[in-house]
Write a protein of this length. Structure first.
Length: 457
């Protein structure tokens, strides 16, 4: 299978990850036309936003057929866990339109923590010891907690918008949290709770593109989940990210590839699980040894905002390799520059927050066009403001209007992701924070220490 020389692409999603993917796809000579559904105020500068939700399969079908879409790229996890790939493959009108993403069975690696842990155990992939409990097993869960040492890790089995992992410092807190989670704190996602031992180390995110047989390891990143400086406060969807990661050197990544990446790809094939997409492997570096914390079945956010700006090879060709089974022929090239992104969020996030506030300063940020291998390398000092939770007013439905003539408002908890490139991490950090000084909206909050721990390590 091979895609046409130029392709009409539909990208599903509307966050910072999708803006980063859209920007790279828009730079490809392979992209004839790019649609983003639903997109945001930033993605409209890369293609055409479509007022269509990523989970509305019926509407997506009609759009694909009516607009000659030749490739569908899925950004968020929800359409994947709901089976969009299977939907396309089982529909006689859609089955010849490739979708970059795993089957519903493959998406269970993210959709069910228990399934993922069982998969790792079955294929001898290093991970923390664990057990899974239901509401009728609260007493057994409490007893298992008492066999562990603090802190205690509790995970809602299902999807909980990136907030279903709770770390408790005391046994009393863990008992209370277990009861609350199994009593509906995270809704259906918490009908089962995975309790696992706490791994002491430093986290990083490894991203793997696979066509089900071959794979490419993309730039490694480290994200920052907690809302406050020094990794304090509740977990969020992500407050910033850095790429590359200093400790993810050749020796460490060799262990990751041999012990985790290869067994994961081979394990999916052995289990006869169709998987053509991204595998996001959340890792813990425990004294130089890699352990899997979790799998996600799509690119991370905000990690995408540092990964894609560093990829200088053709991203549309990357997706072609994924869906056509020819990924072994794709030559991945990556900029040696550092990338640091800092997320600007609404006041109150990750709890209750207000939205609809004007964003000032965007017009002063000159966003450079993405560079491919054929157009010259990215430059140190380049800064891109990726939109995550934004909406354009007055002309919200006029996708042809330029960003400069629109009023852009906040429309989510995570609003903007400010990414800069630099020859050192310090230079990239400084450029991102300097740009943030020029941006503002009511209640804007951001961490001041993204990447600081790696500078000091």
């Amino acid at each position: 299978m091979k895609l046409p020389k130029t392709i009409t692409i539909l990208l599903l999603g509307g966050g910072g990850r999708e803006h980063a993917i859209a920007r790279s796809l828009a730079a490809s000579p392979r992209t004839a036309r790019l649609y983003i559904a639903p997109g945001n105020a930033g993605t409209s500068s890369c293609g055409t936003n479509v007022d269509m939700e990523a989970g509305n399969f019926g509407a997506i079908k009609q759009f694909v057929l009516n607009h000659g879409v030749g490739l569908v790229v899925v950004g968020p996890e929800e359409p994947l866990t709901k089976g969009i790939v299977d939907f396309f493959e089982s529909d006689p009108e859609l089955k010849f339109v490739p979708v970059a993403g795993p089957s519903e069975a493959g998406a269970r690696l993210e959709g069910s923590k228990d399934f993922a842990k069982a998969f790792m155990s079955r294929h001898h992939i290093p991970t923390a010891a664990y057990r899974t409990f239901t509401k009728s097993e609260i007493a057994e869960g409490a007893a298992f907690l008492e066999t562990l040492k603090p802190p205690y890790v509790l995970k809602a089995d299902g999807l909980a918008a990136g907030k279903g992992v709770v770390i408790c410092d005391t046994l009393e807190e863990a008992h209370t949290e277990l009861t609350e989670m199994l009593s509906g704190k995270f809704g259906a996602a918490g009908s089962r709770v995975v309790i696992e031992e706490y791994l002491h180390g430093i986290e990083c995110s490894v991203f793997v593109a696979t066509d089900g047989e071959h794979y490419k390891i993309l730039p490694v990143a480290k994200d920052y989940k907690r809302i406050g400086d020094g990794d304090t406060g509740p977990n969020t969807g992500g407050m910033g990210a850095v790429s590359p990661v200093p400790f993810a050197n050749d020796e460490f990544m060799s262990k990751v590839e041999e012990r985790i990446v290869k067994p994961t790809v081979e394990g999916l094939a052995a289990d006869r699980i169709a998987y053509k997409g991204f595998i996001f492997i959340g890792l813990m570096n425990v004294g130089g040894e890699p352990f899997v914390i979790e799998y996600n079945v799509r690119m991370g956010d905000p990690e995408s905002e540092v990964v894609f700006p560093r990829i200088t090879s053709d991203v549309a060709a990357l997706f072609e390799g994924i869906v056509c089974g020819t990924l072994d022929a794709y030559e991945l090239t990556v900029s040696p520059l550092w990338a640091v992104t800092v997320m600007c969020v609404s006041g109150g996030y990750p709890g209750d927050y207000r939205k609809g506030f004007p964003i000032a300063g965007l017009e002063s940020v000159a966003t450079p066009a993405p560079k491919s291998a054929s157009k010259g390398a990215p430059k140190s000092g380049d800064t891109v403001v990726f939109h995550a939770g934004t909406v354009a007013t007055a002309t919200a439905n006029d996708v042809k209007t330029t960003a400069g003539s629109r009023d852009i408002l906040t429309a989510g908890g995570r609003v903007l992701s400010v990414t800069s490139l630099g020859t050192t991490m310090e230079k990239a950090r400084a450029a991102s924070y300097a740009t943030i000084d020029d941006l503002s909206f009511e209640g804007m909050t951001f961490r001041l220490d993204i990447g600081k721990d790696l500078e000091e390590s």
